[in-house]
Design a protein around this ligand. Structure first.
Ligand code: 4NP
Length: 156
């Protein structure tokens, strides 16, 4: 199963989400991330995101930012967006209902009904990155269980 995490720049939130989810899933899953803008294309994640992940034993230092492409909407099974603007931007790229069904707000899928947006830590400090890590870690625990169950159901 192929999972894509999406935020704006693909240097803070979605690289963290990618690294955390990967750490909880087996090799049956491919996890990647992308941004809705290409401004940081080719760059490694923000140093504060790298440090925060490393503090929790996760290495995201070798990831490289890339913009989301139309082909991603065909190739990925699930596309999780970090905030509402990201969600709207990705939905606007979809061509049909099949593609639209793949796109969701990450925290909403993880069961949050209020506060469904992962706040952008880019303009903040290390404590904002740690808060984002904690939010994503809890959500990734729930999402990883859902995805593992879905993989089992798909095989039956
Ligand atoms: P991200 O954070 O979407 O979580 O990667 C941001 C990265 C870059 C910018 C804004 C947010 N920026 O304005 O360049």
């Amino acid at each position: 199963m192929k999972i894509l995490m999406v935020c704006l720049g693909n240097i803070c939130r979605s690289p963290l989400a990618e690294g955390i989810l990967k750490s909880k899933l087996s090799d049956n899953f491919f996890v990647d991330s992308a941004g809705t803008i290409s401004m940081h294309e080719g760059e490694n994640p923000d140093k504060r995101a790298v440090k925060t992940a490393a503090n929790h034993g996760i290495d995201i230092s070798k990831q490289k930012s890339r913009p989301i492409r139309l082909l991603d909407l065909e190739n990925f099974d699930k596309i999780y967006c970090m905030d509402l603007k990201n969600f709207e931007d990705v939905i606007s790229m979809t061509k049909n209902q099949e593609q639209r069904k793949k796109v969701s707000l990450f925290l909403e899928e993880a069961g949050n009904h209020q506060d469904c947006e992962v706040p952008d830590p880019y303009w903040g400090d290390m404590s904002d990155f740690e808060n984002v890590f904690q939010l994503l870690d809890i959500a990734c625990n729930k999402i990883s269980r859902q995805l593992q169950q879905q993989l089992i159901n798909d095989k039956i």
